[in-house]
Ligand binder design. Sequence first.
Ligand code: FAD
Length: 489
Amino acid sequence: MGHRLNPGPNHSQTPGAQAAGRVAIVGGGWAGLAAGVELAAAGVPVVVFEAARSLGGRARSVDRADGSRLDNGQHILLGAYSETLRLMQRVGADPERLLHRQALDLRYPGSASAAPFRLHLPRLPAPLHLAVGLLAAEGLTFADRLAAVRFMRSLQTRAWTLPADESVAALLEREGQGKRGSRLRRRLWEPLCLSALNTPACEASAQVFVNVLRDSLGGTRAATDLLLPAADLGRIFPEPAAAFIAAHRGEVRVSTRVSSIEVDDSSGAFIVRSTAAGAADAGGAHAAAGDDGGGERFAQIIVATAAPAAARLLAPWPAIAAPFSALTHAPIGTLYLGYPPDVRLPFPMLGLDGEGGGAAALAGQPADQTPLGQWVFDRGQLCATPGVLSFVLSGSGAWEAFDAAALGQRLQRELETALGERLPPPLWRQLISERRATFDCLPGMARPACRTAQHGLWLAGDFVCAGYPATLEGAVRSGVAAARAILTD
Ligand SMILES: Cc1cc2nc3c(=O)[nH]c(=O)nc-3n(C[C@H](O)[C@H](O)[C@H](O)COP(=O)(O)OP(=O)(O)OC[C@H]3O[C@@H](n4cnc5c(N)ncnc54)[C@H](O)[C@@H]3O)c2cc1C
């Protein structure tokens, strides 16, 4: 088998756990690990299979040659991520230490063509903090600010439920938030939509966007806080979660790819076959071997991979996989530029003028002048790695045509323009492109439930969490839901 975190001492089982039997979890991303923690805490023996050599899936740490660590993508959590925060605490990962909590503060420094913008929510009780924040937003006209407050009030009055799903752009237009390109949309709603759903407003599901607004801007004051990772992602949840599982009778096997799942018709048990994966990457000590070909038997199984891998593994059950086998996906790029340690941004997180949104965003602008950068983070202020800046490029767009060197030059220029000062040349750069970062969050998307038609076969993963976009919280909630369903079944 792959690199195992070995089972710890025996722990007492709840009655639900005794009935559950031994459970296989395919995928060591945040969904699979959340399911593993929840089951292990109840005393269920679990085995988590992870094909990659490190845990965390689409939210993982990446080792650099010099021994330092980056993330595969800059992640932002919100105060509203209640299940993620609960499970972090459960596994001994202290959110207060590992996440940098700050009141929502969206800043665009402005450019030759656009005035500076700032939305800052003051530390007042909800919903006052939102009303005051919106009414005081810098860089919007008074009419824009009132329109934004009215929009939030109107959604709240309708209990955050739209009569029918549509695109975010259509909703914004109908709700008096201006036309495409208007300042209110460009500075506030469209960047929020792209950051939260990784789908441009012209395509994104209005209902899912409204759900995000309900749980963030429309929630308590603490729910609107930004929680920016103050450590690499592996330490925030995946690694402590794996240690917790191992200490509670479970096993976590990295570099171990599940190649097939079958049911033994006579017993109803699942036969899980696995193979070594990424053994070369894993290094000699942790090389994976897979099983001996005969497979291992489990009473139940949670498939907690991204949708395309789940569809492949569930080929024996085409009806289960059908609703999500056709999901389409969008990329996210993160470019890290490493500067001398004294390079520091005026704020930990800064908005840039790139709109994302693919070809539509380019309309009317020559490609070589289209701004590309959307957000830049100062990881020196956040993660104690002075001089390291991460630029986020959400969704399909012109950035995909660039290599790291060319992208670095463009983004450095854009940042210099935004700051009004020159930066030294970067000492190093690293571009991480996740081609299938998130599923396209489109209007009226069908989402599978965690329970499937095959008894004992469960689904988890961000795409399973109805009403949420592809987020850490959606992934964690789906894992918790699958585990709780097993415990109460
Ligand atoms: C660059 C980037 C930036 C993001 N930014 C944010 C953000 O700011 N805030 C936010 O909330 N969310 C963000 N997200 C989304 C978030 O990371 C994902 O929604 C979440 O991590 C999905 O978790 P998951 O467990 O559902 O799936 P995954 O992370 O995809 O986990 C599935 C795991 O299954 C494994 N696997 C697949 N097939 C097999 C197999 N056959 N056998 C064994 N293992 C297998 C994979 O290797 C993977 O580790 C971002 C995503 C990316 C890529």
